[in-house]
Write a protein that binds this ligand. Structure first.
Ligand SMILES: [Zn+2]
Length: 609
């Protein structure tokens, strides 16, 4: 088997449990500073912890286990506290596959040589195929010198270090202090931006085929839950027993939507243009972020069995896997949809080799069409960004906002105002846009103003609130007003991408009512598109999701009452395929099961006809 294939498999295994939240076991517990426990080694060993950590100091030729030099106590050596007892466990037939993370507190030269010569006295424990895996941390040799040590010694990887592929083979896992991600200690909500940083580091390790751990995490269920939700491989703890109890206690999350709002009556399309052979002049592309079949179906039930999305006759199913991982994020999924290229998680508008690729919006502009990009979240977030920006990391939101000036669309509407007006670099993109004859609206209701400039942006943080917190009708209104505006100004037709961003947030929160309210809002935008498609007769409407979020399933409900009961298998994204709904000319091309890149290519072909 080729190394790359092995890597892919490792990554698949590592990332597969997005529902890992339910699947964590003691084998993923890392007993941090284990020697400080009342019962060093044997406590964690009795719990079958997969990883145990000891700090060692070289003193008078002996490896002493302690936290600081002052705490060094005669007799407490690596051999007496760890290696000898493990040898006894092995003889008693109780040994299991265990990682011993040895943190060298004195310089590796000569501490590491002493360690290697001691370990060689335990050939049944350590060595090729033996149960005790040794990982060296703390004072480590240069990566180029890793190969000078026996192959059964692994090293603790650092994110800020560049490894040759040879050195990377010797990296057993990547570690970082949790403080680089967040100061969060489990009180209140985990900030979304910090979660994105956490995901980025986990993905970086997984893309290299490595496991990951964070040290300095607070031992609370809230922190563990977040670490597990993003598939952190090793959960470090000073309280292994409580962590493992927590692993056992985590059950699928159940939720209910019990207070349905009044149902709305969907617009019933005429189907006159549906499935016809004409080339569409306009394309409206609606993306429900995180909207799998279960999310759409909860909306259908909550709205008493009626939904615009339930009226489409041309349906397909789409696979969302990114390059180099198994489960996609919105950046890689959006890039696939926008550019037709699979890429790595976190990447905006660039392929897996970081080459910028033109989006569908750029292709439409090239054909003289006008374009609008709309999101009910920050407009610099991954899904809208992939249509106008090219950046290696989704977290580079100021750069993404800056890219809009390089690839300007006719309409841009969403939240995320600070990346335009309140930038760390002190630039003001709002002013640059005004200089280019854009109207800049800071309140989305102004979009209904009839004397708008030909090009305009709506940057209003109210647009990024949840429906429950008061977003109002931003999304359906903006879609309807953009259509109205482009119908007048776009002689050669238009391309609109509008995103229902928060169906994804709702899935991450495992909150059924949140899902319902966001799906219904998105569906109203779908209704606006269908209404116009009928009026116009030459507009193709495509509705899909970038990926599914929450591994959601429906476990109960009542369509007459609009009540839904659901269950989530994950706090993250899942790999399950998502539906594609098509209406209008050429909608017949969208049946079948295909990759997200293929959906993009189908749309591009129509745009370029
Ligand atoms: Zn998401």
């Amino acid at each position: 088997m080729k190394r790359s294939l092995i890597f892919m498999l490792l990554v698949a295994v590592a990332v597969l449990p997005a529902s890992a939240q339910l699947n964590y076991a003691a084998t993923q517990a890392h007993s941090h500073n284990d020697y400080a426990q009342a019962n060093p080694l044997l406590g964690a060993f009795g719990l079958q912890c997969g990883s145990i950590e000891a700090d060692v100091f070289l003193q008078n030729g002996e490896l002493m286990v302690a936290h600081t030099p002052r705490e060094i106590t005669a007799g407490k050596t690596l051999q007496s506290l760890y290696l000898d007892p493990l040898q006894s466990q092995l003889k008693a037939g109780k040994m299991y596959s265990l990682q011993l993370l040895i943190d060298l507190k004195t310089p590796f030269n000569p501490t590491l040589d002493t360690l290697v010569s001691q370990l060689k006295c335990y050939p049944e424990l350590v060595g090729e195929g033996k149960p005790l895996k040794i990982v060296v941390s703390g004072s480590m040799p240069a990566a180029s010198d890793f190969e000078k040590y026996p192959a059964w010694i692994g090293f603790d990887g650092r994110f800020d270090q560049v490894y040759s592929s040879q050195a990377l083979n010797r990296v057993a896992l990547f570690s970082a202090p949790f403080s680089v991600v967040s100061p969060w200690k489990g009180q209140g909500l985990f900030p979304k931006e910090d979660r994105e940083k956490l995901v980025e580091l986990v993905n970086t390790a997984h893309q290299k085929g490595k496991k990951v751990r964070f040290w300095g995490t607070t031992d609370t269920e809230a922190v563990w839950k977040e670490l597990m939700a993003v598939n952190t491989d090793w959960i470090g703890t000073d309280t292994p027993a409580s962590l493992i109890n927590y692993f056992k206690s985590v059950k699928p999350a159940d939720g209910e939507h019990t207070q349905p709002t009044e149902a709305y009556i969907p617009y019933i399309p005429s189907y006159k243009s549906d499935g016809t052979n004409k080339t569409p002049k306009n394309i409206i592309f609606l993306i429900g972020d995180g909207m799998g079949l279960a999310q759409m179906h909860t909306g259908l039930i909550a709205n008493r069995g009626q939904l615009h999305m339930a009226l489409f006759k041309h349906l397909g199913l789409m696979q969302t896997q990114p390059a180099e991982s198994f489960i996609t994020d919105s950046a890689a999924a959006g890039t696939a949809l926008a550019t037709g290229h699979k890429t790595k998680n976190g990447t905006i508008g660039m392929d897996a080799t970081l080459v910028a690729r033109p989006s569908l919006a750029a292709a439409a502009k090239q054909r003289g069409k006008k374009c609008a990009i709309i999101s009910s979240g920050p407009i610099t977030d991954a899904t809208p960004a992939v249509f106008y920006a090219h950046q290696p990391k989704r977290s580079m939101q100021e750069e993404i906002a800056g890219d809009f000036l390089k690839e300007p669309m006719d309409i841009l509407a969403g939240g995320g105002t600070k990346y335009f007006f309140d930038r760390k670099d002190k630039g003001n993109i709002g002013d640059s846009l005004k200089a280019r004859q854009y109207d800049v609206f800071r309140k989305y209701s102004d979009i209904s103003n009839d004397n708008k400039a030909e090009k305009f942006v709506v940057l209003d943080d109210q647009a990024a609130l949840s429906m429950e917190k008061g977003r109002g009708n931003f999304l359906p209104l903006t879609v309807a007003e953009s259509i109205k505006h482009l119908q007048k100004t776009a002689k050669k037709g238009f391309f609109i991408m509008a995103e229902g961003a928060q169906i994804d947030y709702a899935g991450h929160a495992n909150n059924v009512s949140y899902v319902v309210n966001e799906v219904l809002d998105f569906d109203k935008a779908v209704g606006e598109a269908l209404r116009f498609a009928d009026q116009d007769g030459q507009t193709l409407v495509i509705v899909t999701a970038d990926h599914e979020t929450g591994a959601m399933s429906i476990t109960g409900g009542n369509e007459k009452e609009g009540k839904v009961k659901a269950n989530f298998g994950s706090k993250g994204h899942s790999a399950i395929m998502v539906p594609v709904y098509a209406y209008g000319p050429q909608s017949q091309l969208f049946g079948g099961i295909y990759q997200n890149t293929e959906l993009s290519n189908k749309i591009r072909t129509l745009l370029e006809k």
